[in-house]
Design a protein around this ligand. Structure first.
Ligand SMILES: [Zn+2]
Length: 345
């Protein structure tokens, strides 16, 4: 089967504080992120006398200022009555609690996203806990980076996420919800984040996909110290295979990062095949035993800078661990705690 290539009907991203209307009553806006991926997309859907917003950005002084600009400008001073959060990552959930407390908005999300967010808010650390260090060692983290990280304040969720008051409305697989004058089917993504919302309009061609489906970057799929034996890549492939049959050529996909696009059937194939390609290259690479940290070259086919090291390591771990969990690889502990992964003959 041949699919249409990806197309970008809105090639220019809205500048800070402004919005692009991508469909009647649907505003696309951007918030800054202080990292290599320097933005997150958020959307506002017109409810008549108020807005439903999808995702919220990091909580920072700068984001709050941009939101104030958006609310007063393109959002015409109407209140935000509902916040939908696609998944628990801080660039998406960061300001949700602020909209709840300051605007009286309702929070709608999945149960797992809410529980994870609330749990991580409480997990504040000045230095990495022993379990995290042990996990990094099991990944074969570079010795110099490991020593440095042991001394540093780790990334704390609470540093970039506003306090979240009690209470949310659960969204789950198979729900149909009315947002912005449209009925949306709810389908769960997985693998990038557990129980990740995707919304599929019944009334027009819109798909709101969060980070489950992005046009020009492959969403990060990683294993973390929280659940070292997880198989997020297995979860990712299952979710993509399940969502792929829903994809239509006329769909306009509104994702959490990068540009809105069409060509979703093709993109779903790519999102799946990218990982199968990576797994094949890895199988050849681990003919002799390797740690996850030794697997960047076959996996990413490019050099990994210091700023991406952490994400690359958890992604490498997800791939070798998947090969182990489907029975294609074995693993052995090295003296320093690192898992050595090797392809089965
Ligand atoms: Zn994101």
């Amino acid at each position: 089967m041949t699919f249409e290539p990806l197309r970008y009907p809105f090639p220019e991203a809205p500048v800070e504080g402004e919005a692009t209307e991508v469909a009647p009553g649907v505003l696309w806006m951007r918030l800054p992120l202080p990292m290599k991926l320097d933005h997150v997309n958020v959307y506002a859907l017109d409810e008549g006398d108020s807005w439903t917003i999808i995702d919220t950005g990091f909580d920072s002084k700068r984001t709050r200022r941009v939101w104030e600009q958006l609310l007063a400008g393109p959002m015409q001073g109407k209140p935000v009555s509902r916040v939908v959060v696609t998944h628990h990552h801080p660039d998406h959930v960061g300001m949700a609690g602020w909209f709840q407390s300051e605007h009286g908005a309702e929070l709608w999300t999945t149960r797992t996203a809410w529980l994870f967010s609330r749990m991580l808010m409480l997990d504040e650390q000045d230095t990495p806990p022993a379990e995290t260090i042990e996990f990094w060692q099991s990944c074969g983290m570079d010795a110099e980076i490991l020593e440095q990280r042991k001394q540093e304040r780790p990334f704390n969720f609470a540093d970039v996420v506003a306090p979240m008051p009690l209470g949310f409305k659960r969204m789950k697989q198979g729900d149909v919800v009315r947002i912005g004058g449209r009925d949306w089917d709810i389908h769960m993504g997985n693998g990038h984040a557990p129980e990740h919302l995707t919304l599929w309009s019944r009334d027009d061609n819109l798909v709101i996909s969060g980070d489950q489906i992005i046009a020009s970057i492959s969403p990060n799929v990683g294993v973390y110290a929280t659940e070292p034996e997880a198989d997020p890549l297995g979860d990712w492939l299952e979710a993509c295979e399940r969502l792929a049959p829903l994809a239509r050529e006329d769909h306009l996909v509104l994702a959490g990062h990068k540009l809105p696009f069409t060509g979703l059937p093709s993109r779903m194939r790519q999102l799946i095949e990218n990982h199968h390609g990576a797994l094949d290259r890895l199988m050849a690479h681990i003919k002799t035993p390797k740690t996850a940290g030794d697997c960047f070259v076959p996996l990413f086919k490019r050099a990994i800078g210091a700023g991406e090291y952490g994400l690359a390591l958890v992604e490498a771990m997800a791939h070798v661990s998947h090969l182990y969990q489907i029975g294609k690889a074995t693993r052995m502990r090295r003296d320093d705690g690192a898992w050595l992964w090797q392809a089965r003959d």
